[in-house]
Design a binder for this molecule. Structure first.
Ligand code: C5P
Length: 217
């Protein structure tokens, strides 16, 4: 199977030396990439900057901004069976990028931001992706309801949701605890290392992909 995974944060440039970003470590996406290659699947990992080693046998495409990530994803989507969007894409990006380093002068400065392109949201509706589509949802409340709304809005087959109000799991931590939300069922995977969870998630995603294709689940 050919699998595309987005991972890590994006960096939205302000000037040649500064950017807006977030605390995503990329660990969940890299662990998933590792889990799939271990089972002999072909993985393309499109990742924002992280400090992680790229798992062996993974095709790796580094990107910086949300726009870069979008363009790389749009190019790869027609060639993959499963697409998993794990990246913590910045929601906003500066309208203008200064060509020179912004000098320290006024007490306050204003940077106007605009919404970034929704990469996952455009996979089906803009790029016509027909494969198995998985999104992530980091929520601080109403986990299931918010994940279900996202499942429908972004036309996903599965949303993997985690509660980021608990600092010991999810963002920038080694462990996670997720609720898998699909059209007709929810599955809770208890707290575990991101590596163990990735193996469970990979097995479930492959099973669901087979079922969608009309195979046996
Ligand atoms: O809407 P929200 O950001 O909560 O959705 C999270 C999901 O959407 C994640 O799978 C994330 O990778 C993806 N996403 C994206 N492009 C964006 C924002 C989120 O692909 N601009």
């Amino acid at each position: 199977m050919k699998i595309l995974i987005t991972a890590g944060p994006t960096r939205e440039p302000i000037d040649p030396v500064r950017f807006l970003s977030n605390r995503s470590s990329g660990r969940m996406g890299y662990a998933l990439a590792h889990a799939f290659v271990k089972q002999q699947h072909q993985v393309l990992l499109i990742s924002g900057p992280t400090s992680l080693d790229v798992p062996h046998h993974v095709d790796y495409l580094p990107v910086e901004s949300a726009q870069d990530m979008h363009d790389a994803v749009a190019h790869a989507l027609p060639r993959v069976d499963i697409a998993i969007f794990c990246a913590a894409v910045a929601d906003y990006t500066p309208v203008e990028v200064a060509t020179q380093k912004i000098k320290k002068s006024d007490e306050f400065i204003t940077i106007t931001l605009k919404k970034t392109i929704d990469i996952l949201g455009s996979a089906r509706s803009v790029h016509g992706f027909t494969g198995y589509l998985v999104g992530f949802a980091a929520e601080t409340e109403d986990l299931e309801t918010n994940a279900r709304t996202k499942l429908l809005a972004k036309k996903c087959d599965m949303i993997i949701a985690n509660d980021v109000s608990q600092s010991s799991i999810g963002f920038d931590s080694h462990e996670n605890e997720v609720l898998i939300v699909e059209a007709e069922e929810n599955t809770k995977l208890p707290r575990d290392s991101k590596e163990h969870l990735a193996h469970h998630l990979a097995a479930i995603i492959l099973k669901r992909f087979d079922r969608k294709r009309g195979g046996v689940s």
